[in-house]
Design a binder for this molecule. Sequence first.
Ligand code: ATR
Length: 274
Amino acid sequence: MSIDRYGVMGYPVSHSRSPVIHRLFALQTSQDMQYELLQVTPEKLEIAVRQFQRTGGKGLNVTVPHKSEITRLVDHLSERASTAGAVNTLTFKEDEILGDNTDGFGLMRDLVANLGLTLEGSNILVLGAGGATRGIIGPLLDMQPASVRIANRTLGKAQALADHFSRSGPVTACRFNVVPVSDQYDLIINATSAGLHGESPPYPSAAVSESTVCYDLSYGLNATPFSAWAIEHGAAQAVMGWGMLVEQAAESFRIWRGIRPNTAEVLKHMKITA
Ligand code: ATR
């Protein structure tokens, strides 16, 4: 019997920590599997996925920039992937491709289980209105917050997302630099890609108080620009997205192998060796 093959497809993908995380999970749970890093351009995506499946691959993680495009190749889309409009986990079953999205789940696990936050009744501000935001609004509203406000540089994109999710809960939109100053936020999530481009937009300082937790979906060895800004403005905590990264991986692993790995020790390892 050949070893079960998994991998992550992205472009670029060399920076991905997923192979390390999944190898640690496999070691911890005694699973005989391998996990590869697969750099695939958007033009080659379909060919690469079909070839991976044909040659016995069991599952794939899909990352930037393919998460939305890949939904076209999926035969069965989970409800959470459909809500997010994006897929990060493919499972190959006989001739079928199942698509799921574990990003929102991963963030909720980190916020609630790891950081101990109570989201029910809280006021949440989400910065950015791209694909990352779309993936987390549904799971956030499921936690029954008092309000979710989406702030974006381009108001129309935030408004479109707020309209899309308005049936699921209290979600509103505003322009990035005019977040109402009267609002007190328990949690501010940075879902913009600004930091990735080395940009530091004028984050809404008036929205931060000493009881605000600031969470950056991005992560790095050093503080991200958003984390540094949060500390500078007196936030209660500034957290980078290492926990979300490990938790979304654990959920993919559970889907594939039927076992939930222990994330705490892997998260500690990732932060030390980042
Ligand atoms: P992702 O899938 O990572 O969300 P995306 O769909 O390209 O990527 O969305 C990027 C988000 O970051 C958008 O909300 C974008 O704002 P616009 O909709 O106005 O483009 C936001 N963003 C990127 N760079 C930014 C910057 N320098 N200042 C403010 N917002 C920025």
